[in-house]
Design a protein around this ligand. Sequence first.
Ligand SMILES: *[C@@H]1O[C@H](CO)[C@@H](O)[C@H](O)[C@H]1NC(C)=O
Ligand SMILES: *[C@@H]1O[C@H](CO)[C@@H](O)[C@H](O)[C@H]1NC(C)=O
Ligand SMILES: *[C@@H]1O[C@H](CO)[C@@H](O)[C@H](O)[C@H]1NC(C)=O
Ligand SMILES: *[C@@H]1O[C@H](CO)[C@@H](O)[C@H](O)[C@H]1NC(C)=O
Ligand SMILES: *[C@@H]1O[C@H](CO)[C@@H](O)[C@H](O)[C@H]1NC(C)=O
Ligand SMILES: *[C@@H]1O[C@H](CO)[C@@H](O)[C@H](O)[C@H]1NC(C)=O
Ligand SMILES: *[C@@H]1O[C@H](CO)[C@@H](O)[C@H](O)[C@H]1NC(C)=O
Ligand SMILES: *[C@@H]1O[C@H](CO)[C@@H](O)[C@H](O)[C@H]1NC(C)=O
Ligand SMILES: CC(=O)N[C@H]1CO[C@H](CO)[C@@H](O)[C@@H]1O
Ligand SMILES: CC(=O)N[C@H]1CO[C@H](CO)[C@@H](O)[C@@H]1O
Length: 410
Amino acid sequence: MKSTINFNIHVSSLVFILLGLTVNQAQGTASNNLTNCQSVASSFRTTVSGPVANITSTTGTNVTCTSLSGSSCPGSNISGSCVFQHKLSVSCYLSGSTVKIRIQSNGLPYYCPSMPSSDTFAEQNIDFEVNFNPDVSVNSPLQSATTVSALSTLLCNIQGSSNPPSGSAYVNYGSSYSTLAGVSVDGVSIMNVNSLNNVDPFYPAGSFAAESVDTCLAHCQAAGIYHYHMGSGCAKANPSSGPSACASVPTCSSNISNYGISSFSSYTTLTVIGISRDGHVIYGPYTSSGVEVTSGTDICNGMFYDSIGNYAYFATRKFPYITGCYGPGNYPSVSVNCSTNAPSSYTMSSYASALSSSNVTTVSTNATTVSSNTTTTIASNTTRSKALRRESSVFLLLMTLIVIGIGWMD
Ligand SMILES: *[C@@H]1O[C@H](CO)[C@@H](O)[C@H](O)[C@H]1NC(C)=O
Ligand SMILES: *[C@@H]1O[C@H](CO)[C@@H](O)[C@H](O)[C@H]1NC(C)=O
Ligand SMILES: *[C@@H]1O[C@H](CO)[C@@H](O)[C@H](O)[C@H]1NC(C)=O
Ligand SMILES: *[C@@H]1O[C@H](CO)[C@@H](O)[C@H](O)[C@H]1NC(C)=O
Ligand SMILES: *[C@@H]1O[C@H](CO)[C@@H](O)[C@H](O)[C@H]1NC(C)=O
Ligand SMILES: *[C@@H]1O[C@H](CO)[C@@H](O)[C@H](O)[C@H]1NC(C)=O
Ligand SMILES: *[C@@H]1O[C@H](CO)[C@@H](O)[C@H](O)[C@H]1NC(C)=O
Ligand SMILES: *[C@@H]1O[C@H](CO)[C@@H](O)[C@H](O)[C@H]1NC(C)=O
Ligand SMILES: CC(=O)N[C@H]1CO[C@H](CO)[C@@H](O)[C@@H]1O
Ligand SMILES: CC(=O)N[C@H]1CO[C@H](CO)[C@@H](O)[C@@H]1O
């Protein structure tokens, strides 16, 4: 009699152990502690530690450009050269148990861009805070489109990056930039992928002309914001051949998407190239195993890229090149109507497949009755917070101690 009761307690503690393990496995725990954030922040070419009160009033690093001798100088005109300052601060801190990242940039690169002298090139005040690498689930996509029309409405829209999702807790402290999608490690803006015509700026559908950029694949818009739409190696290393127009360099103008990827030839592993305005990291074109990302991305150009469910955007050859929406998104078999260089379908990465609830359920239903009930709980509870998981771990620990205690009393 006594030993039967004892056995039942052991079984229930086993259930909790299974529950604890399976919950962590199925839903993943993104790498978003303070150390993870600081590691990403260290990839940025910062000029001051922060947060600072006002990035534009800090002293940055001088950039002297003979290429900007005309009217477009966001600094001083000294002996025919334009001298401007690159100013960037990236800080990580805890707010309660949530790690926040704050990006403060004047938007000016550390290198000399090339642009028509008629362009306006101006200092900015980009300054926002967002949850760092927030937990997201492949089972709860934030964006979903299954038809050409729905996908095009979502992705072919220059205002599509205006509102980071609520889970990112985005707070703006700087000027308002509705088309900003993220900030590059060199402090340069990453704008929504679309042109003002709501088409791919490089491979536009219909009768629109491609836009001009320099060999760093960036250009200024009307307000003077120098920005990227596509991954650029210039964010990591000073362009070797000096600034010029992409149109004047055959390897750039003939196939700009190839040129963009080849600009990362010295960075063929997982390389931070920026942060999205939703707090997710933006990586270059390669995974940690040195493989170029050509599949596994969702409609937003984000990917679950490891077994614990980290989600990030990657620089790719295809539209939307960096990020087209704030993911995770779904994986439909349709294409957008605004680009002649877009994927025709999307497929999950192997990690996304393994994390998807349909897969978990299928795998576990064949186990014992206990774990199939556990699976049901997980599938409907994908958004449980870490705090809750910590609580269940504490509970699990207590249960185990009780069981050990009872066992000892025997
Ligand atoms: C942060 O997470 C990493 C794994 O991503 C872990 O190795 C490290 O110990 C954690 N650091 C802290 C301070 O919790
Ligand atoms: C930030 O500093 C700049 C330059 O010193 C100044 O023009 C601007 O008004 C300041 N902005 C705020 C919000 O204090
Ligand atoms: C940066 O350039 C300014 C002129 O715009 C000059 O006054 C200053 O001394 C320079 N700073 C350094 C560190 O060279
Ligand atoms: C900068 O200086 C050059 C010559 O030193 C002059 O031609 C040019 O107009 C100046 N630009 C501005 C904006 O003052
Ligand atoms: C693409 O489709 C959307 C939604 O159906 C439409 O509003 C837009 O005009 C189309 N764009 C092009 C370039 O055909
Ligand atoms: C760029 O070149 C690659 C191969 O080098 C080719 O597959 C791709 O179709 C080209 N892209 C465009 C839009 O022409
Ligand atoms: C389920 O996950 C495994 C990895 O755990 C993967 O190999 C398999 O392809 C997935 N199956 C489906 C249907 O997604
Ligand atoms: C599993 O759940 C069902 C209904 O939720 C319940 O009837 C059944 O007894 C549970 N099985 C176990 C082993 O807990
Ligand atoms: C390992 C295991 O329990 N496999 C079972 C999975 O379910 C099928 C059909 O219900 C059984 O035939 C297997 O034995
Ligand atoms: C089905 C199920 O177990 N739902 C639970 C999911 O988690 C929340 C707490 O976050 C519970 O309130 C639900 O009962």
